[in-house]
Write a protein that binds this ligand. Structure first.
Ligand code: FMN
Length: 180
């Protein structure tokens, strides 16, 4: 089972990126997690750059989506909304068919950010028919340094919450899309 985990933060010491790295470290063996932390390296979306002019960074991002069985997105809230970098990354996916039936679930690294979550849920339910809205885990990690994020997730109670979350997502990815 291959999961692509996308961080919506371009910040060096991002709690979202650190959370995804820690989740990868505690994942069951059969769930292989790759992390995409490159939203800040994608050019601004324009339909003029699609097709034969597609930038290489965007091609690599779309290929990573295509090669995954499912996607996790973890993002901060910026000004009560989806950060521009993450929204830009999503915009690059909309005209292709890689995302249309892709299972996607949210993971959240803050006790705040519900306006962003509402907006992101609307966007994801629009771009895929397999947005798993019920598969969701919130961990209050805001303001922690990456090492503290790792220690928090490795603690027994959180480790088992993360593993249950990943098992639920894995089962959803495996389920027939017509019955899921
Ligand atoms: C420009 C900017 C705007 C923000 N706006 C909000 C906001 O509207 N609501 C909120 O709860 N947090 C807001 N925050 C705080 C971030 O969502 C929070 O610090 C988050 O944990 C950062 O994630 P990261 O560590 O992965 O970068 C904002 C932070 C920045 C830098």
């Amino acid at each position: 089972m291959k999961i692509l985990a996308i961080s919506g933060s371009a910040r060096r010491n991002s709690t979202n990126t650190a959370m995804l790295q820690a989740v990868r470290a505690v994942a069951p063996n059969e769930i292989e997690i790759s992390i995409f932390d490159g939203v800040g390296r994608l050019p601004v979306f324009s339909p003029d750059l699609e097709g034969e002019h597609l930038p290489e960074a965007v091609r690599n991002f779309i290929d990573a989506i295509a090669q995954s069985d499912g996607v996790i997105i973890a993002s901060p809230e910026y000004v009560r909304s989806i950060p521009g970098g993450l929204k830009n990354a999503i915009d690059w996916l909309v005209s292709g068919d890689e995302i249309v039936h892709k299972p996607i679930a949210l993971l959240h690294a803050s006790h705040r950010g519900d306006d962003m979550l509402t907006g992101l849920r609307t966007v994801l339910a629009t771009i895929t028919d397999r947005f798993a809205g019920d598969i969701f885990l919130r961990l209050p990690l805001m303001k922690l340094e990456p090492a503290e994020v790792f220690n928090t997730i490795k603690a027994a109670e959180n480790r088992s919450k993360v593993q249950a979350y990943l098992q639920a997502l894995s089962a959803y990815c495996t389920a027939d899309s017509k019955t899921a």
